[in-house]
Design a protein around this ligand. Structure first.
Ligand code: THG
Length: 279
């Protein structure tokens, strides 16, 4: 199955057969005080810097999250989208819990964006699916619903199936639905990663959809986050993860290595190209 996203002109194809497409995570105010302070001053220089750095480091799509306490993201998210698209051609992943901010951004965005995110809650499905349909956007479906987050992979799979069914009834194409199995901090729950890995395997083998996850979530609160994220990333990709939201500056080399190891990089062309681009 292939999900196609578009910037102003550039198309990015995400295939369930790989290779992996990296969605850059860094335009996110979590622990980035400078992003908050510059955006509060209506200054987009730092956002543009984060975008450029991530694209150079291997991001094919950029996640855009400008949510922080006190912000009016119905105004700020579309403004940020516009500025980004004036400078860069990569497709955007609109990351907000506020459906109004998502819709306002889709109104001004060019190309085909990814909505981050819809979940299995009735309210989310009813609000966002018609919006995705109207603007021709793809969606990320989070495996949680009105009962919250379950620890059983089979139940997460059932929520994914529900989101897919409802999205298709709303007129969205199957290939435009990317599933997020939910990656959570392993410091808070020793089983967190294995539950996610098993969910990825089930979604990949039974549903055959593209799969994303906030891959750096798992290492919150622990030292040497890079090693942990790398380990989790490799196993996730083997199980069916195709478009992680991650920090390309830290993860691209090992993602290219994993594609090569999994037989998706003939004659190591992409691996060597990436290595040379860093010399
Ligand atoms: N699923 C979906 N969307 C998501 C998430 C998800 N969006 C947000 C988040 N989770 C993924 N994005 C991030 C962004 C930054 C970090 C983690 C996840 C992060 N930042 C460093 C920190 O907090 O210390 C700071 C910068 C760095 O060192 O890279 O870890 O799960 N659909």
């Amino acid at each position: 199955m292939i999900t196609t996203l578009r910037g102003k002109t550039k198309e990015v194809a995400i295939s369930t057969e790989g290779p992996v497409v990296i969605i850059g995570e860094s335009i996110n105010p979590t622990r980035r005080k400078k992003l908050v302070s510059t955006l509060q001053a209506n200054n987009f220089d730092f956002v543009l810097e984060l975008a450029e750095t991530q694209i150079k480091a291997g991001a094919d799509v950029l996640d855009v999250n400008v949510g922080f306490p006190g912000v009016n993201d119905v105004k700020l998210l579309p403004e940020t989208v516009k500025v980004l698209q004036e400078h860069f051609d990569v497709p955007l992943c609109l990351d907000s819990p506020n459906p109004m901010a998502i819709e306002a951004s889709l109104k001004v965005a060019e190309g085909k964006c990814l909505i981050n995110s819809v979940n299995g809650e009735e309210k989310s499905l009813q609000t966002l699916l018609p919006v995705a349909r109207e603007y021709g956007a793809a969606i990320i479906g989070l495996c949680m619903d009105d009962d919250g987050i379950t620890h059983f992979p089979e139940k997460r799979l059932a929520i994914a199936e529900k989101i897919i069914e409802r999205a298709i009834s709303a007129g969205i194409k199957a290939e435009d639905i990317i599933i997020d199995p939910l990656a959570m901090a392993v410091s808070a729950d020793p089983q967190a990663c294995i539950v996610t890995l098993e969910t990825i395997r089930l979604i990949h083998t039974r549903l055959g959809h593209n799969i994303t996850q906030g891959a750096s979530n798992i290492s919150f609160g622990l030292p040497d986050r890079e090693s942990l994220n790398a380990s989790f990333m490799a196993v996730s990709i083997y199980n069916g993860l195709t478009c992680p939201i991650a920090n390309p500056e830290k993860i691209t080399a090992m993602v290219r290595a994993t594609d090569l190891v999994l037989g998706r990089d003939d004659f190591a062309v992409r691996f060597v190209e990436f290595f040379q681009s860093r010399q």
